[in-house]
Design a protein around this ligand. Sequence first.
Ligand SMILES: NC(=O)c1ccc[n+]([C@@H]2O[C@H](COP(=O)([O-])OP(=O)(O)OC[C@H]3O[C@@H](n4cnc5c(N)ncnc54)[C@H](OP(=O)(O)O)[C@@H]3O)[C@@H](O)[C@H]2O)c1
Length: 244
Amino acid sequence: MRQLLIACVALFVTTGPAHAEQPLDIVIYGATGEVGSHVVQEALDRGHRVTAVSRRPEQVELRHANLSVVKGDLLDQESITQIVTGQDVVIVSVRGVIGDSGAPQSALQFMAAERVVDALFRLGDHAPRLLHVGGSGSLEVEPGVLFAEKLPKIVLPKGLEVEILGQILALEFFRKVDDVKWTYVTPPKKFTNGPRTGVYRIGGGRALEDHRGRTRVSRADFAVALVDEAEQAKHVRKQFSVAY
Ligand SMILES: NC(=O)c1ccc[n+]([C@@H]2O[C@H](COP(=O)([O-])OP(=O)(O)OC[C@H]3O[C@@H](n4cnc5c(N)ncnc54)[C@H](OP(=O)(O)O)[C@@H]3O)[C@@H](O)[C@H]2O)c1
């Protein structure tokens, strides 16, 4: 069992942002968000060319020679195609619930997965890769049991429950997609505001616990893992999880 665990978990240690040999063109949906803003900074620090997308681009105060800010909405299918064309990687790190149906299909994370995949499919061989920031509810905490099934539903805000189920649905959707290069990058149960250490572990679909049984990572280190995947494409058409 121990050997199996060691085989499934890899430890990554980086010393600090290093300039990529080959700068990438990276689009980030959710660039104004808690996770996405770290991804923008990490990608810029490594010398990539970043397009930050926001419904209200004036919200983005950061200025950088390699940063473009564009107006875009994932509910506008045509704009997705325009924004992602010619890019190397699209990172989607958004959240929200559309309407009040209460159905997991109304989670923006699921709608984004369907819409971005559709746009990428249409671009064929020239399509960028997609890195989707997923949800920890999709992680297995025991064999055959998802973290989402262990959450106390009574205390969960309804919108959050929709998003958690929407993220699970998004993963189920991705697993059927074999003509677009997607990766479902799963956060641990807890994001922290801790510093960038450049150290994290990756696993598959199981929640990774640290020596104290905690499942967590800082947003800054999660961004390191995302940009590493953007550069290295090690998990095409796979889910992987990130934690300390
Ligand atoms: N433990 C966990 O599993 C866990 C915990 C937290 C978050 N997450 C996941 O991490 C991801 C990012 O979460 P976050 O906390 O960073 O979110 P956040 O801070 O609330 O930011 C949400 C982002 O979504 C964007 N957005 C909303 N509606 C949009 C639309 N129609 N079109 C385009 N963009 C839209 C917003 O951009 P504008 O307002 O600028 O347009 C904003 O940047 C989500 O997928 C979330 O499910 C997972």
